[in-house]
Design a protein around this ligand. Sequence first.
Ligand SMILES: [Ca+2]
Length: 478
Amino acid sequence: MIGSSRKDFLKKLGLLSAAPFFSLKPGSQLKKPSKGAPNIVFLLSDDQSRPDMGCYGNPAIHTPNLDQLAEEGMRFNRAYVTSSSCSPSRGSIFTGRSPHATGSSKLHVWVLPEIANLLDLLKENGYYLGGLRKLHQDNYMDRFDFYGDDTVPLSRFFEERPKDRPFFLWFGSDEPHRPYGPGTFDPPHDPADVIVPDFLPDTEEVRQDIAWYYDQMGVFDADCGIILDLIDKHGLADNTMVVVSSDNGMPFARAKATVYEAGLNVPLLVRWPGKVEPGTVTDELVSLMDLMPTWLEAAGISLPDYLEAHSFLPLLKGDEYRSQKYIFAGRNWHDNWAPARSVSGKRFKLIQNYRPSVGYLPSLDIQESSSYQVIRALQNENNLQGHLTWYNNKSTPQQELYDLENDPGEWNNLADDPNFSDQKDELETALSEWIDNTHDFLPPPKNAYGIWTDMFKDVNPLDGWLENPSETPSNNHH
Ligand SMILES: [Ca+2]
């Protein structure tokens, strides 16, 4: 929902009409697009976890258009956002970098303008750029040749685009973002049918809250259906790669704005006729930042000198593909400060928490949600059961290690279990190298003073010797 102040702002920018903006770097020239460069359509929901789509095995949720698309393309089981937070996650999609390396580490902060980004590269190579509805990287507004908010019919882009150039279309839905209530979807989802995840209490209010979330997913699905019909109507389907995903997980407790799976693991569907085998499913680890090089490569555009992300174009085309061993993610400021980093391998996942002195801090939208009010009420009655006693924790472990195969809900922390010290060590090393290599502002769990010395390799970044100066090791490197 775009408020009137935002509309005023957009009017000021002239973006409510299809005003062409052009922002090529000085000296750069518009190139001709490569022969056969595909159109790219990106359909992005706002706050949806992976399981909440029919094609991901949820029989209660009404997403027929997206389920059909999954049958026509590739479905990813293990696609991850770089941060379970709108603007940081979207910044990574635009730049192929982690949020701490884009300038957009916090919610509502934009990517630095000098960083190489998808939009400039597509535009320099002849693409026409369309943006519909929510961007949440507002500095990029003026990069689009066409922008339409929720007052602009979805069809207008298809009518106004130049017919002799490939296009990139960003459709940033406002759904299923909160607030929730009745009347958004007909027929409404029945609370009796919804699947209550194991991190929420199964009560009437929670079921209703989830049913409203499903209703908004129904709206997203219907909007995607309109866009897919327009692609067909304009005869574009054969040369258009359609990608569906979400910017972060469901807006419920222990999901959105956390580094747990319900926060990070999002749907990802890719349909590209003649290139992607219909009905394929993959368990390969991919990050949404990988979309940027994948799209550029598909368009025949050279990649920038530095990118953290990996193209998964070969995987899409069924060519030889080198699997990614690890996927990294992080949390910084999102209504509160509880930074964390995570690394997921095929089976094990390590979380490093940087504010262990506090327990779970929900984002504001979740704090206000009816399902979180239920959790608080149960807490006050001392009536949280089983796993859900997790919400009573007054602190957070510095490290969490989970076996995702046997414990997909991430309840059984193995970080201090000596039987898993090898797995922890491997992931600590991978996480530390990533933190160093991407110039993160947080210290790595290993080698807290960087890869140039192993002198401090056993210093824990959170309770190291700084609090006990007498134990400070001498530093010969000064
Ligand atoms: Ca979001």
